[in-house]
Design a protein around this ligand. Structure first.
Ligand code: J2J
Length: 549
């Protein structure tokens, strides 16, 4: 067909041409990446999870079996498919199969509730939803809700905890016959929509992030170079597979790009992960700051041989200097801080950076073609080294969200810069220090929560008159979620307990990580000069320590 004037990621065709001429975009697709590893390193171990160890050849076979099941669910070229699976080799088989069929994964996290997943189904025009067949109760409830509310979406269920998951997989409740046959490849344009990633909510419902093959794989290849990922490496996956950090920085796709081994931990706990490092001779892992703290403070560090570990990537939320300094001496490996976002821009401290930069900055961009603007409140560039809001544009940063014209108008400038909402300073070396945030978002140890999403659900409770949700400081998480509630008249005495409120939110389909840590009932909210609720004061109210003058 005709080439569109604007690509699915919002980039104009001229920008695409330039990135191709510069050699940044190579025309590679995600299936090409899988295919190359499968054909070039068939006997090398591709993936290890709690139950299965698959060579690249076996991964290829698993992908064909998954593809057969997905075709039975009506998945074809261009079909959006919501994937919500626990961490396991089945996740890789599913995503590989979707790429082989030219279909478009929509990357839900296991913690997303039915409210969010229903939104992903509707916004993407999903034809199928792949979820677990047995297992976590919350996840099964999401699958039930999708079946109930989205009859147009074909449910596919697969149990990652059996040795032959695809033999028992169901499509709309029926087991599918899976012959040992190769499924033909559907070749797609590298400029087409590769998948939809999710934004770390600033709006009540997460936005869908359209990434193309060309743009995303450029960032993966650059991450592989900056992080020195090698074919003999063994990468531990402890964070949710579907998250952008886990997928691409340098992540699962970085490992596949060089044909390395991916070890998927059953859970992120230090006990599980540190013993996996020892047993599988893991060379690298990606963590959010609270997990790094859990690892550092775990007695399991002494019990295991961690000498194989070369690099830890830590990002998703601000890492404290204190924790950063402990990595080298206590875990015997190099720290790379990562400041990234599913919309695009990724920064790393470099492996040969001096210690001071590694512990006090969040790194510098992976590409010399990343354009950064740091602006003050009036939209003017700040003086060098001064803090301001970070705007960015470049070869792998989207210039629009999927089907969200109103949000696009405020999230992107007319010339295509993305407003990150992060307040940063840039050092003469190019390194960035994240100093704050100019967006209504809570970053709970790397998990992004939109206060509005939580407020909307709490307001639906009959005992609640008004609600305001804010992030309050927490030593481990950085921030945790606090809901201030004003009871309705007549409900002050019989106001629901914390347990009841939590249950209410989960039942309404709110994601598990968005459920508040703390509930406070009050009679009124502090106000700003113009009578709006002052979230700033509310954050301060919960803050221990000396009061302001
Ligand atoms: C402070 N804030 C950070 C950091 C992200 C790699 C790593 C992380 C993500 C990610 C990612 C931070 N220090 N080191 O996609 O590829 C906050 C910022 C940012 C937002 C993006 C990747 N690293 N952040 O976390 O899309 O506020 O991506 O804008 O989930 O997380 O969130 P998300």
């Amino acid at each position: 067909g005709q080439r569109p004037a604007v690509l699915p990621n919002g980039m104009p065709a001229e920008a695409a041409d330039r990135y191709r001429e510069l050699g940044l975009w190579t025309g590679q697709t995600h299936w090409d990446l899988f295919e190359r590893a499968i054909t070039e390193r068939p006997e090398h171990t591709a993936v290890v999870d709690r139950r299965r160890t698959l060579s690249y050849r076996e991964l290829g076979e698993g992908i064909d079996r998954a593809a057969t099941v997905l075709m039975a669910a009506g998945v074809r070229e261009g079909s959006p498919v919501v994937v919500q699976l626990p961490n396991s080799a089945v996740f890789l088989e599913t995503v590989g199969a979707l790429f082989k069929l030219g279909a478009v994964p929509v990357f839900a996290l296991p913690a997303h509730g039915s409210r969010e997943v229903g939104h992903f189904c509707a916004m993407s025009d999903a034809v199928a939803y792949v979820g677990p067949r047995r297992g976590p109760r919350d996840l099964l409830a999401v699958a039930d809700a999708v079946r109930r509310d989205h009859p147009e979406v074909t449910p596919v269920s697969v149990d990652e905890r059996v040795t032959d998951p695809w033999a028992e997989a169901t499509v709309a409740g029926d087991v599918v016959d899976v012959p040992d046959a190769e499924v033909p490849v559907t070749r797609v344009s590298p400029e087409s929509l590769a998948f939809l990633q999710l934004s770390g909510g600033t709006t009540a419902l997460p936005k869908l992030i359209p990434r193309t093959h060309d743009d995303y794989l450029y960032s993966v290849r650059r991450s592989v170079e900056v992080c020195d990922v090698r074919p003999e490496d063994v990468m531990l996956v402890a964070l949710p597979c579907a998250h952008n950090f886990t997928m691409s920085s340098p992540g699962i796709l970085g490992a596949l790009h060089v044909g390395a081994t991916i070890v998927i931990a059953g859970d992120p706990s230090p006990t599980t992960c540190l013993s996996a490092i020892d047993r599988h001779r893991v060379t690298q892992a990606a963590l959010v700051p609270p997990l790094l703290l859990a690892w550092l403070n775990s007695p399991a560090v002494q019990e295991h041989d961690l000498s194989s570990l070369r690099t830890l990537w830590v990002g998703g939320a601000k890492l404290s200097d204190t924790a950063a300094r402990r990595v080298g001496p206590e875990l015997g490996c190099t720290l790379q801080q990562v400041f990234g976002m599913a919309e695009g821009l990724v920064n790393y401290t470099r492996l040969d950076d001096p210690e001071d930069l590694v512990v006090t900055t969040q790194g510098r961009p992976i590409s010399e073609h990343d354009e950064l603007r740091i602006l003050d409140e009036d939209g003017r560039e700040v003086a060098p080294g001064e803090p301001g809001v970070l705007y960015t544009r470049g070869p792998y940063t989207i210039r629009r969200y999927h089907r969200a014209p109103e949000v696009n108008a405020r999230s992107f400038t007319d010339d295509g810069f993305y407003c990150t909402g992060d307040i940063v300073r840039q050092l003469p070396s190019g390194h960035i220090v994240v100093v704050g945030r100019d967006k209504d978002q809570i970053n709970r140890g790397g998990e992004k929560v939109a206060p509005e999403a939580v407020e909307n659900e709490l307001l639906a409770h009959p005992a609640v008159h008004d609600v305001s949700v804010v992030g309050i400081p927490d030593e481990v998480l950085g921030e945790k979620i606090c809901a201030y509630l004003i009871p309705r008249d007549g409900h002050r005495e019989d106001f629901p307990s914390v347990t009841e409120l939590r249950g209410f939110l989960r039942e309404r389909g709110l994601s598990s990580f968005a459920v508040p840590d703390v509930f406070e009932t009050v009679t009124e909210f502090p106000h700003t000069g113009v009578g709006k609720t002052s979230k700033k004061d509310q954050r301060g109210m919960a803050q221990p320590g000396p009061s302001r003058p």
